[in-house]
Design a binder for this molecule. Structure first.
Ligand SMILES: Nc1nc2c(ncn2[C@@H]2O[C@H](COP(=O)(O)OP(=O)(O)OP(=O)(O)O)[C@@H](O)[C@H]2O)c(=O)[nH]1
Ligand SMILES: [Mg+2]
Length: 545
């Protein structure tokens, strides 16, 4: 056996910890982490490959290179010690995490490992086994209900590439400050997860850093504990396709990590036999400072990206075609609707958070008028505020639109609760002054479509559609136009013949009621966006004269 002393530096943005963990056992990454596996096995090669692909720098040994077998063939075992998630450092030999359980698992893993590697978003990921835990607060009416909420976490886990093998929940008056759930429940979960060989326990609610640490300690070193927020961050991290989205996710991840750094350096004190008490704490402070600096750098970089986006938006709005934004619960069908109306090919799939970046396309009506339609990131109940804040730049698109179209999956059993959850996020975004239109989507999936249509007829601000098969899209566009008219101003202007191009712009951005050709120009009576009305001011005066 040889010991390879590697310091692994986590790059900025940090690599996804889970990603590294989805590697040969042990699946829990502690700091420093130690991997022990057999030479010549593809697993060792995979781990190093993955580490390097992720951009993690291997400081030593220098001979860890690709492609080709990684480790000295004379020995039959290797160890990789390293630090991830922070700064570089020299690592002395840490303790190997070869517990009896890990040894037992190793034998099983040899057989079962291969089939748990899956290709997701073009990357090879290891499908961890996950166990879900929820809490129902006594006396509090959670409109979603604990079972539905857990079902949603299961969907999130599936989207993140995890294999859910069990779940449980507890009714509590108030959460336990140490472990979130009661001690009896903790013991029950511990035996369940060990029996099921679970690698990750996911809590449906946000855990405090202390609760997270205590639970990890109780469950054992090779079991990772995470919460809904971390899971959503993980999905966002996997799916971020643009530079801006990556920056936003990295920022949200770092802000989430900042109070949770505590565990990283406790090994220093352990190795020193407790003689250098406080050494770990000092190092945590150093790490926190580094992280804060990185957060500052990211924020500045985001600001630059944001400025570019604004310039682009200003250019776009020089011809004031009204902007309509699609908002709604994740998986409601926003991207499908955009694709149907504009022929765009935004990814639309039966997974949560398929879309992260806004996409804008032009919709041309038969009467010549146009509007821009923007697809946005979906919302979810218990959406972490850090994420809403991180995505504020993206969501600025929403704030600057003329109309918000709230897309609802009306076939979902919790459609009403989802509407409330979306309204809650919208209220955080301060967009109450923007007119709204509600769209009940997926009518083709409801048991009794006629009942739904009857209900829609009674209401004024709802349109019923199937974005998938195109039902109701004509009516949808007319409703959008009607709603847009409400946000426009009425003008009567005499446009000189030499400014004839203004007439076609009025057709494009507004709603023309009447056109008359006079001796000294064209008399137009129309609804137009406010900014455009200002452009027409001199001609409106002419008209008055
Ligand atoms: N039956 C039916 N399925 C639909 C309809 N609209 C969308 N879907 C399906 O619902 C799933 C989610 O659709 P998306 O368009 O990705 O939903 P989204 O709102 O963009 O979701 P996020 O990007 O995750 O927020 C896909 O599998 C679609 O095919 C519809 O009208 N009827
Ligand atoms: Mg989408």
């Amino acid at each position: 056996m040889i010991a390879c002393h590697c310091s692994l530096i986590r790059p900025s943005p940090p690599i996804n910890e889970n990603y590294l963990l989805r590697s040969p056992n042990p699946n829990k990454l502690n700091f420093p982490f130690t991997f022990t596996f057999t030479t010549h096995s593809t697993k060792s090669f995979r781990l190093i490959t993955r580490v390097l692909q992720e951009g993690v720098e291997v400081v030593s040994p220098e001979d860890v290179s690709l492609p080709g077998p990684v480790i000295d063939t004379k020995e039959d075992k290797e160890e990789v010690h390293g630090l991830v998630n922070g700064v570089a450092g020299t690592v002395s030999e840490g303790t190997s995490v070869s517990s009896t359980r890990v040894k037992k698992k190793k034998i099983q893993d040899e057989d079962t490992f291969e089939y748990r590697y899956k290709i997701q978003n073009g990357k090879e990921v290891f499908e961890e086994k996950a166990y879900l835990v929820g809490v129902e607060r006594k006396g509090e009416v959670d409109s979603f209900g604990i079972e539905e909420s857990l079902k949603e976490v299961a969907q999130l886990a599936d989207t993140a590439g995890l294999m859910v093998v069990g779940s449980t929940y507890q009714k509590l008056a108030s959460p336990n400050p140490r472990t979130y759930i009661g001690s009896g429940k903790v013991a029950e979960i511990k035996s369940a997860i060990h029996a099921l060989d679970v690698e990750t326990v996911i809590f449906d609610d946000e855990l405090s850093p202390g609760q997270l640490r205590n639970l990890e300690k109780i469950f054992g070193r090779d079991v990772r504990v995470c919460d809904r927020t971390a899971l959503i961050l993980d999905i966002f991290n996997q799916r971020a396709a643009t530079h801006e989205a990556s920056l936003q996710v990295a920022l949200a991840q770092m802000e989430y990590q900042l109070p949770r750094l505590t565990k990283m350096w406790t090994h220093l004190e352990r190795q020193a036999g407790g003689q250098v008490k406080g050494m770990g704490e000092k190092q945590i402070e150093v790490d926190k400072r580094i992280l804060r600096t990185q957060i500052g750098v990211l924020k500045k970089e985001l600001e630059t990206v944001r400025k570019h986006r604004k310039q682009y938006r200003n250019r776009r709005t020089s011809v004031p075609v009204p902007v309509v934004s699609l908002v709604g619960y994740t998986n409601a069908g926003k991207s499908t609707l955009l694709n149907q109306l504009t022929g765009a090919d935004v990814l639309a799939e039966d997974r949560l958070f398929a879309t992260l970046d806004p996409t804008t396309r032009r919709v041309q009506m038969k009467n010549g008028s146009e509007f821009l339609l923007t697809d946005t990131v979906g919302f979810i109940q218990k959406l972490p505020t850090t994420l809403v804040a991180a995505f504020r730049a993206t969501l600025e698109e929403i704030a600057e639109s003329s109309l918000l179209v709230h897309v609802v999956d009306i076939s979902h059993p919790l459609a009403e609760q989802q509407i409330d959850a979306v309204d809650r996020v919208l209220s955080e975004l301060d967009v109450s002054s923007i007119p709204k239109l509600m769209v009940w989507n997926k009518v083709d999936r409801v048991n009794d479509p006629s009942k739904i249509k009857l209900e829609v007829d009674k209401r004024q601000d709802v349109v019923c559609i199937s974005a998938l098969n195109g039902d109701g899209l004509q009516e949808f566009c007319l409703s959008v136009q009607e709603k847009l008219k409400d946000s426009m101003v009425w003008v009567e202007a005499l446009v000189p013949f030499e400014k004839g191009d203004l007439i076609s712009t009025i057709h494009q951005v507004g709603m023309v009621e009447r056109i008359e050709y006079m001796e000294n120009g064209t008399l137009v009576k129309a609804h137009v966006p406010l900014r455009f009305a200002r452009l027409l001011t001199p001609m409106r005066q002419l008209c008055k004269a």
